[in-house]
Design a protein around this ligand. Structure first.
Ligand code: ZN
Length: 255
């Protein structure tokens, strides 16, 4: 039995004694001259009710119930299913700050959540492959968040086997600067000033979560971001690196 419930985060307010509105700003749905049976059904939907019980509560035929449900359906509670169950991994100097921000943003998944798994891996200056390798194996979509001295880079979404992985980006960086692996191994445990900015931390983790929710539910490959205290810029997704092999099946099918 499916219990229908209005999204508890949507406010219900009266515009005047005869007009009821769902949503604050913007108004999502307005019932002008709301009828008593509609009012009773809305009240029942705020606590949760099966469709068939609505007919009794509204004292109206099921066809009327269905017409009413067609109007309110977009505002029924579905956010729990629509969101992702995030795992946030952080290493390095500011891992506790990152963890506290993730918790404050409500990003840490409850163990009982049945939503699609998604990962956010956070590093200072660099992210070692060992921090996300299991997500590649287990087909968990993920995003890398890399704090530096003045900026934070939020990668585009890695959909394992379909888009370039974080190692591809690292290999491209090594191609551009052969000394990068040596630098990265020294920097990885060092502090990164950008991670000390609480607004940047929240912005970066929030952006990573938003990219993942979009990717999981629309299959769109969203671009990553570069964030600084001064603003943000979009970042092109990395190309698969020939040495990596993470999208080898895809490349074979394209080739
Ligand atoms: Zn790769």
């Amino acid at each position: 039995m499916v219990v229908l419930r209005l999204d508890p985060l949507i406010p219900i307010v009266w515009r005047d004694p005869h007009t009821l509105q769902l949503g604050g700003d913007p108004a999502l749905l307005v019932f002008e001259r709301i009828a008593p049976h509609e009012e009773r059904m809305l009240a029942a939907l705020t606590s949760g009710v099966p469709r068939t019980a609505l007919a009794a509560i509204g004292d109206c035929p099921l066809a009327v119930v269905d017409g009413f449900l067609d109007r309110v359906r977009p505002f029924l509670a579905h956010r729990e299913e629509a969101a992702c169950a995030f795992t946030v991994r952080a290493r390095g100097a500011h891992r506790q700050l990152v963890g506290a921000t993730a918790r404050a943003l409500g990003l840490l998944a409850r163990p009982e959540s049945t939503a699609r798994r998604a990962g956010i891996v956070v590093g200072m200056h660099a992210i070692p492959p060992g921090d996300y390798r299991d997500w590649l194996r287990r087909d968990v979509p993920h995003v890398g968040v890399m704090f530096g001295d003045e900026r934070v880079v939020v990668s585009s979404v890695v959909s394992p086997g379909r888009t370039a992985c974080l190692r591809c980006a690292d290999l491209a960086r090594r191609d551009a600067d052969p000394d990068w692996p040596a630098l990265a191994s020294q920097l990885i445990e060092r502090p990164a000033a950008a991670a000390l900015d609480p607004i940047l931390r929240a912005e970066a983790l929030g952006a990573a979560a938003r990219l993942l929710v979009e990717a999981v539910h629309t299959d769109r490959v969203a671009r990553g971001l570069v964030l600084t205290a001064q603003g943000r810029a979009e970042r092109l997704p990395s190309a698969p690196h020939p040495e990596c092999g993470c999208t080898v099946d895809l490349q074979a099918s394209l080739g």
